[in-house]
Design a protein around this ligand. Structure first.
Ligand code: EPZ
Length: 431
């Protein structure tokens, strides 16, 4: 295996920007990378079983890099070569994930359950808020306490201890993705049976459950709202292939839709995107799945269709910003309500710089479609907001500059290269 994965997020990338000349209809073929939101918990699950795990179809993203840094901080040895990463968690001898890393990627809190399960102790920084909301982890901590963990919050850190976690019943107030993943991992080697009620149902949770079962865990119901876990004494390292990234795939579907393009998307799971697909088809987008290649033909102008974001299998909050960009050029007015995060309309003011007509009342945005957007200098604020600005720029007249695109590098592998290969006029330049 080659050396460590190339450090994607280097100083030089911090101030890159994208220059996009809009008006091109996308065409051709694009391949979706592995899922960021499946890979992150899967990487942390390797802590549960000492030895070398081999993870395939890993997307090269800033968040993967950060996760590797957290695992190395704990003492794991990590090697990467292309989209295959080998993680040896045998040498782990440190049980602390520090603030400097956790604050850059909140999913690092997923180290907590596995460290507690394997070593009986963990000290993990609280992640702090982020652009889209406060995003507390109270449900994670309540669940771990229900399995017998002694949890203390001190100086911005979670200090957790447990001789051995014991099975218990956990009922989540909110169907939390991270909380469900945290508890699945912690319960896998707890003594006795654990029942998770009102669990999140995302495909990424099914993928994590599949990997844990391959490691020897006894888990039923991943992907439903009730998950049953019978604790086992130990788990073994595995080789696992990460599922395709449904949000990256959805973003390319939206790119074909907003440019009136005709593209073919490879290595995606259309069944992971039902809610999005039904809404886009209502808006006039043609989406056909033939021999595992998804063909997307955008309409001359999309219809205006309302959405409400919901936990899976409802409309994904991670596609709300991209969908809003499409509705900015729709034939009519649409109402978009964000029901998962309290502050996920950061893209609205930037989209209005393109000439979009959007009014926001609380968690609801009303978008009045305009015939044409016009390019402007804009700034990315968070991962999916960055994607929505790219979509608007692809459809806009003349040229757009998007700054602070390090947000993009967190969740999209070389999106500018993939879009250029589809005929977009897009270049990445250093600020
Ligand atoms: C995961 O975040 C995803 N991240 C997010 O994707 C995604 O938007 C989110 O799920 C919802 O689908 C990863 O998987 C790494 P939650 P997570 O716990 O687990 C509240 C992206 O763009 N909550 O399901 O943090 C929380 O504040 C990212 O790829 C509590 O109140 O989301 C939110 O309002 C953004 N207490 C709601 O639940 C808790 O203990 C859903 O959060 C936990 C969550």
């Amino acid at each position: 295996m080659g050396g460590r994965p190339r450090p994607l997020y280097e100083r030089g990338f911090a101030l890159d920007k994208l220059i996009i000349k809009g008006g091109k209809k996308l065409s051709g073929d694009v391949t979706v990378s592995g899922s960021k939101n499946a890979a992150l918990p899967i990487f942390f699950a390797t802590i549960l079983a000492p030895g070398t795990h081999e993870i395939h179809n890993v997307p090269f993203l800033r968040d993967i890099n950060t996760t590797i840094k957290v695992l190395e901080q704990l003492g794991a040895e990590v090697e990467g070569n292309g989209n295959v990463v080998r993680i040896n968690t045998g040498p782990i001898a440190n049980f602390e994930a520090t603030y400097d890393l956790v604050k850059t990627m909140r999913a690092s809190v997923l180290a907590l359950g596995p460290l507690l399960a394997r070593f009986g102790k963990a000290r993990v920084s609280l992640p702090g808020g982020c652009a889209i909301g406060a995003r507390p982890i109270n449900l994670h901590l309540k669940g771990l306490a229900a399995l017998g963990a002694d949890i203390k919050l001190e100086h911005g850190y979670v200090e957790a201890k447990a001789k051995r976690l014991k099975g218990g019943r956990v009922n989540f107030d909110i169907a939390t993705v991270g909380g469900t993943e945290q508890l699945m991992m912690a319960a896998a080697t707890a003594k006795g049976e654990t029942i998770l009620e009102n669990a999140a149902r995302e495909p990424e949770i099914i993928d994590l459950g599949d990997m844990l079962c391959d490691m020897g865990a006894k888990i039923e119901g991943a992907g439903t709202d009730t998950i049953r876990i019978i604790g086992v004494d130990e788990l073994a390292p595995v080789t696992h292939r990460v599922i395709p990234d449904r949000i990256e795939a959805g973003t390319f579907i939206a790119a074909a839709a907003i440019t009136g393009g005709d593209i073919r998307i490879h290595n995606m799971r259309l069944d992971h995107l039902d809610a999005l697909v039904f809404k886009l088809q209502d808006a006039g987008v043609e989406i056909i799945n033939r021999d595992n290649v998804v063909r997307v033909k955008g309409p001359r102008r999309p219809g205006a269709i309302n959405i409400k974001t919901r936990p899976y299998p409802g409309f994904p909050t991670d596609m709300q910003a991209q969908y809003m960009a499409l509705m900015c050029v729709a034939d009519g007015a649409s109402v978009i309500s964000e029901n998962i995060f309290e502050n996920r309309f950061m893209h609205v003011s930037e989209l209005m710089r393109f000439g979009a007509d959007i009014t926001v009342e609380g968690n609801t945005a009303t978008v009045k479609g305009v015939k044409k957007l016009s390019g402007a200098p804009v700034m990315a604020t968070d991962l999916r907001a960055s994607a929505s600005l790219i979509l608007a720029a692809l459809a806009a007249d003349n040229t757009t500059e998007i700054s602070r695109i390090y947000h993009l590098d967190r969740g999209y592998e070389s999106i500018e290269k993939k879009l250029a290969a589809l005929g977009a006029d897009i270049v990445r330049v250093k600020e």
